[in-house]
Write a protein that binds this ligand. Structure first.
Ligand SMILES: Cc1cc2nc3c(=O)[nH]c(=O)nc-3n(C[C@H](O)[C@H](O)[C@H](O)COP(=O)(O)O)c2cc1C
Length: 382
């Protein structure tokens, strides 16, 4: 796939700035914010920025190959699109825009249970190559049905989420009335009128709804009822029994997202889980927690070879992907960066943001004189 980069927005910072102008404030703040005092959000960035690479300019070098093998598939680059809920509220049609772009660029797209497109629609757009992230439903029947639907749609990789045992405390969303249950207050409605492009796209694509979950919802719920339904449905914490039961039912690859401790990683290995995405939800859940690059480095040292170690939270471009891979990750994901791209550039945003990530990552590989992605740890400054 040819890389197309709009020269006005050559970085994720440019995209974020543009998205801030184009998106209604409540939607931008929902995307952008962390939790509590945003300490964990900032720590993800500062700890990642401390990771340094040592170039080896005089070594023998032919060319850099960014292709990366994961779960039997060779992806173009070692990064993918993390699951994000409510995407259509942030930019109309966002999950479809990103899924299509990811498919065209041969990188993985993970569909969230609570986003605004369905398992079936995304599988159709990506010929079954997208991954599915399951929020663990309290109702066993709903869980079994979601897993059957994902398998029938051809999904190979299931991601189950560990790091939302309770909803994060997010002051911006509380101020904007976006907490559960959500309320559309007058301030938000007025805000929409100042964002004509967003409003027009919303009119064209219709009001966003939880498409995958629609089959299980009582008809005609108002916003408050919807919030209560979601709250009750996703009150199921993940635990070893629940993972074991999913492992029994799910024949494809199984990944747990949100694990950061050695104890949890060991449990996942014992339960036959294939991969971990070391994540703190982009700093949206535990403000007193660690960044992800620190525990990921430790988990990779300890468990590499027993389970695939992947990472997300705080990555904003090619140098960050290289930092994470050099620190021992076998694959990386990003959430906000891609949504900033879509918020800034609408339907061009997926292709543009993936193109800039690919270009930036390739440049770092060539700059340090690294030929293969798995060799990146050799360039880490210890
Ligand atoms: C607005 C928003 C919504 C999210 N919704 C989900 C979700 O539904 N399921 C999930 O597993 N993770 C969700 N996440 C977490 C992301 O998958 C990912 O872990 C996080 O965005 C990574 O950090 P980054 O945004 O700094 O790249 C969400 C993140 C954001 C920013």
């Amino acid at each position: 796939m040819e890389l197309t980069i709009n020269p006005k927005y050559p970085s994720v910072t440019d995209l974020r700035n543009r998205a801030m102008v184009k998106m209604p404030k409540f939607a931008f703040e929902y995307l952008d914010g962390g939790c509590n005092e945003d300490i964990n959000l900032d720590k993800n960035r500062t700890d990642l920025q401390k990771v340094e690479l040592m170039p080896q300019y005089l070594s023998k070098f032919d060319k850099s190959d960014t292709r990366t093998e994961l779960f039997g598939h060779t992806y173009d680059s070692p990064f993918g699109i993390a699951p994000v809920g409510l995407q259509g509220l942030m930019w109309p049609n966002a999950p479809e825009i990103l899924a299509k772009a990811a498919f065209a660029h041969n990188i993985p797209f993970i569909l969230s249970t609570v986003t605004t497109s369905s398992i079936e629609r995304i599988a159709e757009l990506t010929e079954g190559t997208s991954w599915f992230q399951l929020y663990h439903p309290a109702d066993e029947k709903v869980k079994r049905d979601l897993l059957d639907r994902a398998a029938n749609a051809g999904t190979d990789v299931l991601v189950i989420l560990a790091d939302v045992p309770t909803f994060g405390y997010r002051p911006r969303d509380i101020r904007n009335g976006l907490a559960m249950p959500p309320t559309m207050n007058l301030k938000n409605i007025l805000e929409v009128f100042t964002k004509p492009d967003w409003a027009l796209q919303t009119l064209i694509h219709g009001q966003p709804s939880f498409k995958t979950m629609e089959a299980y919802m009582p008809k005609g719920l108002n916003l408050k009822g919807l919030g209560e339904f979601m709250d009750a449905t996703f009150s199921g914490r993940l635990n070893e029994d629940r993972i074991a039961s999913i492992r029994d039912q799910w024949k494809g690859k199984l990944v747990i997202k949100g694990v950061v401790s050695e104890e949890d990683a060991q449990k996942a290995i014992n339960l036959g889980v294939d991969g971990l995405i070391v994540s703190n939800h982009g700093g949206r859940q535990l403000d007193a927690g660690q960044s992800t690059i620190v525990p990921m480095t430790h988990l990779a040292e300890k468990f590499k070879g027993q389970i695939k170690i992947m990472v997300d939270s705080g990555l904003r471009g090619g140098p960050d992907i290289a930092r994470a891979m050099a620190s021992g990750a076998e694959f990386t994901f990003m959430g906000r960066s891609f949504m900033y791209g879509v918020g800034a550039l609408g339907k061009e945003g997926g292709n543009h943001t993936i193109s800039l990530m690919k270009r930036e990552f390739q440049q770092v590989m060539e700059q340090v004189c690294c030929e293969k992605v798995e060799d990146l740890p050799r360039f880490l400054v210890k």
